[in-house]
Write a protein of this length. Structure first.
Length: 307
């Protein structure tokens, strides 16, 4: 239970998953050129002249004084944003991006949240509203204001929920991949998670020198109030969503919590129109790693029907 809940606090971050690196960029010149605000995209957008299809270009986006790394693989609308779970950066999607680009022809965007990969750290407790604002700023500066599909894993489900609520006309649809959903966070479940995480948090506070421990501390500082508020947040009915839930969940070592995770996905799927529940049989919480074909297929479906 302690191991499962520690992972839950960062939403399925393991010691191995925390040691990650940024996604490769298309060329040194592309990596050195920050992006600036540009005109909104049109449905006929195509890869820039001279840009190899399937390769990505790094754009360093500025928001409230810090820089965020956005990796863009050129294509047409709808644009597909892949958002990794807690403790992972854009490299989490490195094997899926070229396949998704080839299958859909869509523009594919991955990015590093603040403090991850090539993005600047931001001091203080982790704040989902700031993270949502970072994503909005990045997409705006990349010229995207419509026809966006969110594919959000784990902790990124919280960002997707707030983003869809604040930009419902911008989001065409979402694929929520074993995502953290509001229905899970009853007062009793929050208390269970916090209590079980205390030993790991104490160890992190004793050695805050590593990125992993600093992230754990930052997440823990805001965890209770943020998730009490999140429990009352609803997904907008106008935005279709495919809800993918793993068989093993982040709580593979705790049957009670694993069932609550699956129940939350089911409740979310039944709570509004245009929602589909998909179970990834045999998969761990890392469905994009264990069942990449399933994830690819569901994103393709959403892009084909909602773009």
């Amino acid at each position: 239970m302690r191991r499962a809940s520690t992972a839950m606090l960062l939403l399925a971050v393991t010691a191995g998953a925390l040691t990650v690196c940024g996604e490769a960029v298309a060329s040194p010149s592309a990596a050195a050129t920050p992006s600036s605000a540009s005109a909104p995209r049109t449905a006929s957008a195509v890869p820039a002249s001279g840009h190899q299809a399937g390769s990505s270009t790094l754009h360093m986006i500025k928001n409230h004084g810090h820089r965020l790394a956005f990796h863009v693989t050129s294509g047409h609308l709808p644009a597909i944003v892949l958002d990794a779970g807690g403790g992972n950066d854009s490299s989490y999607w490195k094997d899926l991006v070229p396949k998704l680009s080839a299958a859909t022809g869509s523009e594919i965007i991955t990015y590093d949240r603040a403090g991850m990969g090539d993005s600047d750290p931001v001091p203080g407790p982790w704040n989902v509203h700031a993270a949502t604002d970072d994503l909005a700023a990045g997409l705006h500066q990349l010229g995207l204001n419509r026809d966006v599909i969110l594919a959000s894993h784990s902790e990124a489900g919280e960002i997707a929920t707030y983003f869809a609520r604040s930009h419902p006309t911008m989001v065409s649809g979402a694929v929520l991949i074993d995502a953290s959903l509001p229905e899970l966070y009853t007062d009793s479940e929050i208390a269970r998670i916090v209590a079980a995480t205390q030993p790991a948090l104490a160890a992190a506070e004793a050695d805050p020198s590593t990125q992993a421990n600093r992230q754990l501390i930052a997440t823990a500082e805001s965890y209770v109030p943020m998730h009490k508020a999140y429990h009352h947040v609803t997904w907008p009915d106008s935005v279709p969503a495919t809800v993918m839930v793993s068989e093993k969940t982040p709580f593979d070592g705790s049957p009670q919590d694993a069932q609550l995770w699956r129940d939350a996905a089911t409740e979310f799927a039944h709570a509004g129109p245009h929602r589909t529940l998909v179970t990834a049989a045999g998969s761990s919480h890392d469905i994009p790693i264990d069942r990449p074909g399933l994830v690819l297929g569901e994103i393709e479906k959403m892009a084909a029907t909602r773009g």
